[in-house]
Design a protein around this ligand. Structure first.
Ligand code: TYD
Length: 218
């Protein structure tokens, strides 16, 4: 029997640097010939469940008298969003994450079920216990890196980016709520490491590697 791979998750508010850091980790694994896959939530194009999120939005918008062009502005009920994110995640866990770990391959994952607690829970007041219940199928990560940054600083990063898909998540007050929620979650769950993400990317990466070394020789 092969040893199981390690399940490594990155969490954080929008533009906290998860993408950059997970990318650096993948490059490190490449250099060291460590087996891994990189994946992310929501799965978007890959999973038909993710396509459903957009499909349901279009359909509901139609019944509310909105044109497809306007449907992007139409927001689904927070509970619907929570269920769709959970459905997307079920595909992810069952079809990608578990089979990969079983083969002894590490999984580097950008966002996981804590994102539902942080976003739908903190922003939309969706009941946290219910979110946990509908995500009960989730296996626990071996380590979760919370990239923690003051939203004032992360928002400056976003301002420099064009074509952001989720502008509604990006206002300062919302980011503050999400960050507070993440910090609470970090105390509630095992295996969370808070990484100060207001630093240069190399220093942040070194902190991540130091935390990872007991799990993976990297
Ligand atoms: P996206 O731009 O795709 O990725 P990221 O911000 O991680 O680089 O945005 C994904 C958005 O979806 C992000 O604002 C958080 C949100 N989200 C939820 O609200 N609930 C969830 O369960 C997940 C996985 C994501």
């Amino acid at each position: 029997m092969t040893n199981k791979g390690k399940f490594i998750v990155f969490e954080g508010i929008d533009a906290s640097g998860k993408g950059t850091q997970s990318n650096l980790l993948c490059e490190r694994f490449d250099e060291l010939k460590i087996n891994y896959i990189y994946t992310r939530e929501p799965l978007m194009e890959i999973s038909s469940i993710s396509r459903l999120i957009n499909g349901v939005a279009d359909l509901t918008a139609k019944y509310n008298g909105l044109t497809p062009q306007n449907s992007k502005k139409f927001k689904l009920a927070p509970q619907t969003m929570s269920l769709l994110f959970a459905a997307d995640r079920a595909e992810h866990v069952q079809k990608i994450i578990i089979p990969t770990l079983e083969k002894g391959i590490n999984v580097v994952c950008d966002r996981y079920y804590a994102s539902s607690l942080a976003y739908q829970g903190a922003l939309d007041n969706v009941d946290e216990d219910w979110i946990l219940q509908i995500n009960r199928f989730c296996i626990q990560p071996d380590i979760v890196f919370l990239l923690d940054i003051d939203p004032n600083k992360s928002l400056n990063r976003i301002k420099g980016e064009k074509d952001r898909r989720h502008a509604e998540f990006e206002e300062l007050s919302k980011q503050i709520l999400v960050r507070d929620k993440y910090l609470k979650l970090s105390k509630q769950f095992k295996n969370w490491k808070i990484i100060n993400a207001d630093d240069n990317k190399e220093s942040i990466f070194q902190k991540i590697i130091a935390e990872l070394k007991p799990l993976i020789n990297c």
